[in-house]
Design a protein around this ligand. Structure first.
Ligand code: ADP
Length: 732
């Protein structure tokens, strides 16, 4: 057992147990005879009518309750106890996000399904014996088997035979059955394997990152480097150092998106001659359990994963790296609402280890943390290959003569023509899935909306359906307007990627055009295949939403055209300009990453906007300074604190009453402003009405304490759900 054993009085053995359920506290239990399980131990205990897995929580048990009223823990689970820094992190996260402690624990242990020790499986190795009757199929199976044990299914698949052939071969003596661990250990990273030789600039950056790793102190640091500057190589060097410095240390690398995660796993594997332990949504239950158990044992030393990997039960986490730290995908909006970048820094502070953030377009939050001395920063100002950053030009759409129903300006099509004749690849970027974002009846003006939501249905022409991008609702596109019954009157308005593809196919009929969005490449593997086709030059013009635009390396891509640069600014929440800058810098950064120089054109109706001026002049810092100034003036994050409260329910009257009584109960708070209640921009969603509050506070105000004082004063009716979102990123 690990570090955190405490001595409970020998007379009474009672402990607190927390269950992975929406519970705000742990409950008292008696322990079976023998030494009590230490804090962090996974146990089974009766809870309500059932038994459930839970964790011994380090709060003092309540000695006042008579023992006969308490139930007893029934069993210990075969997994190492959670270390104290994981427990502290769970408790900290619950306090910060204001979600129930048990809900946060659930992110670490799910329902406990990882805990049941899996049964050993039967595997096969080659035996010395050669069976008498060797059919060609058996020969193939024999060739596929080796000295390392593999399951019958794995051998059968490699040999292209049925499982039965493998079992038959084993019966005949050609294979020997052995037990195999269903959760095989991960190969150890090869820490002697040399990484690439770093440039002087990269070496200096790596050394500064490594210092706090070796000194075992907490420090958050940003690698601020343009795309292609070698940020990844530099932080992998720091990861190697952390693993070398302590033979039990574990390192976690977080990536924002699964489409980036899969190729990244390969890259890390070739750097360390060992595949890292993965953690993302596209894994089987068995693969998840393997990573979970091996991480808990401390055997998996290098973990690469999506934001939820932060809650894995690391035995000895010593470094976290958050790549693309500015990416909004780090904000989890379902269940417990949290921001994985911010929580990573908190995790490092609790575990006393460094956290490395990496980005070419850091978030304003991080930049201000650096300016005010809380975070450190290292810079990598130039691309490693020496390639220059793309030249970015603004196309003033007010000056272009556009035909109706066309979205590519003459200025942009001329550049695509030039690129095609030079045999180079182009990308047309539009961050909008489907064919058209709005379907309108030309007769009566009816807009097609989702049946129980205030959201527009987006036409998807490949499937001939209308789809709600907020809820996933979809329906076949009707022939007649549901409002006035006019036939053939429903007209698409505005472009999505499919419509731009249609225009491109018309303009360049003999070229290969690929449409990249989460609809055309559903799932990470399909996406991977399309990205490979692009990288190998099989596509002339790629029409893409952001899924394909981030992080990928296409050597022959030299032109990026942004079809509607203004798109992200519409509806303007407080981060709209910042997000637009980050996204467009990323997207345009795809051009000219190899030998050939790249260029980008942004189609906009407001070329004078600060964000476009900054992009075209390449003056990121001036833009950040202007953004920071505006946020400071209005007291918005990071200069002030923000929390959103969402109330939702089917009973609109009850919802409104609840919102108004909550408003009346709001205590006066120094430096706190309660805005709302107001109808949410998407008022009806999935049949529920939604109302919002925004709580704005000075930076020195303890916002959670204010909310904890306020919210319990009002009991919301059962028909209304109340959700608190600390540091909100979504205002819909
Ligand atoms: P970033 O993460 O900043 O986008 P990468 O680390 O991916 O940059 O580096 C960009 C490319 O340059 C990669 O192909 C990488 O392997 C290569 N590269 C970077 N630094 C070096 C180096 N010191 N030696 C060799 N190749 C390097």
């Amino acid at each position: 057992m690990k570090d955190s054993r405490i001595e409970l009085g020998s007379a009474v053995s009672r402990v607190k147990v927390l269950f992975p359920m929406p519970l705000f506290k742990a409950y008292d239990y008696l322990t079976p005879p023998g030494p009590p399980p230490p804090p962090g131990a996974f146990v089974r205990a009766p809870f309500g009518p059932r038994e459930a897995y839970g964790v011994v929580w380090p709060d003092a048990a309540d000695e006042g309750v008579p023992a006969e009223k308490l139930k007893s823990i029934t069993a210990a689970a075969p997994a190492p106890p959670l270390p104290s820094d994981v427990i502290e992190f769970i408790a900290w996260t619950a306090r910060y996000t204001m979600f129930p402690l048990g809900s946060v624990l659930r992110m670490t242990m799910r329902s406990g399904d990882m805990l049941a020790a899996p049964a050993m499986q039967t595997g096969y190795v080659r035996s010395e014996q050669v069976p008498e009757r060797l059919t060609p199929q058996r020969e193939r199976a024999l060739a596929a088997a080796g000295a390392a044990a593999q399951s019958a299914a794995a051998i059968a698949e490699a040999a292209g035979v049925s499982d039965g052939v493998v079992r038959g071969l084993a019966k005949a003596g050609g294979l020997r059955a052995v037990d195999i661990d269903p959760d095989p250990p991960f190969a150890s990273p090869d820490l002697a394997a040399p990484g690439p030789e770093l440039s002087a600039e990269q070496r200096a950056a790596a050394d500064r990152l490594i210092a706090p790793v070796l000194e075992r102190r907490h420090q958050a640091m940003l690698i601020d480097g343009v795309t292609g500057s070698g940020k990844t190589e530099v932080y992998l060097e720091a990861a190697a150092e952390a693993l070398r410095a302590d033979p039990e240390a574990q390192v976690l690398i977080l990536l924002p998106e699964i489409a980036l995660t899969l190729p990244f796993l390969k890259r890390v594997e070739s750097r360390f001659n060992a595949a890292p332990a993965p953690w993302h949504s596209d894994m089987t239950a068995a693969a998840r359990r393997r990573t979970w158990r091996r991480v808990a044992e401390g055997q998996a030393r290098l973990v690469v994963g999506a934001r939820s990997a932060l809650f894995l039960p690391f035995a000895k986490l010593r470094l976290i790296i958050v790549d693309e730290e500015h990416d909004n995908a780090y904000k989890q909006e379902d269940g417990v609402i949290y921001h994985a970048r911010d929580l990573s820094v908190a995790r490092g502070a609790l575990g006393q280890f460094p956290v490395i953030l990496a980005s070419a377009t850091p978030s304003l939050e991080t930049v201000v943390n650096i300016d005010e001395g809380r975070y450190g920063a290292v810079g990598l100002p130039s691309r490693f290959s020496g390639a220059s950053l793309p030249d970015i030009r603004l196309v003033d759409m007010r000056q272009e003569s556009m035909e109706t129903g066309r979205w590519l300006s003459p200025a942009l099509t001329r550049e695509v023509d030039a690129n095609l004749s030079a045999g180079e690849q182009s990308m047309l970027f539009l961050n909008r899935r489907g064919y058209a974002p709005l379907t309108l009846c030309r007769r009566c003006g009816h807009k097609m909306t989702a049946p129980d939501s205030d959201t527009m249905l987006v036409e998807h022409r490949f499937e001939n359906r209308l789809v709600c991008h907020h809820t996933g609702f979809s329906m076949p596109k009707p022939d007649a307007c549901p409002n006035c019954n006019a036939v053939g009157s429903l007209a698409p308005c505005g472009p999505g990627v499919e419509r731009v593809a249609e225009e491109a196919a018309m303009r360049w009929p003999d070229k290969t055009i690929g449409v990249f969005s989460s609809d055309t490449a559903p799932g990470p593997r399909a996406m991977r295949e399309m990205l490979d086709a692009m990288a190998h030059g099989a596509i002339d013009i790629m029409i893409a939403t952001q899924v394909a635009a981030k992080g990928h390396h296409f050597p022959d891509l030299t032109l990026v055209g942004v079809v509607d640069a203004d798109l992200g600014l519409a509806g303007g929440d407080l981060r709209a300009a910042e997000r637009t800058y980050q996204l467009l810098a990323q997207v345009t950064g795809r051009a000219g990453r190899a030998a050939k120089p790249g260029r980008a054109l942004l189609q906009t109706y407001q070329p004078e906007a600060a964000v476009f001026q900054a992009l075209s002049s390449g003056d990121r810092n001036a833009f950040l300074a202007a953004e920071a100034g505006a946020r400071q003036r209005y007291g918005f994050p990071p200069y002030g604190r923000l929390a959103a409260i969402l109330l939702r329910g089917r009973d609109e009257a009850a919802l409104e009453t609840a919102a108004n009584s909550l408003k009346r109960a709001a205590p006066r708070g120094d430096g706190v402003e309660v805005l709302g209640p107001a109808r949410a921009p998407i008022y009806r969603l999935r049949g529920e009405a939604r109302m919002r509050f925004l709580v704005k506070a000075r930076r020195d105000v303890n916002l959670q304490a204010y909310l904890n004082d306020w919210l319990p004063r009002v009991k919301t009716p059962a028909s209304v759900r109340r959700i608190v979102d600390i540091d909100p990123y979504s205002f819909l």
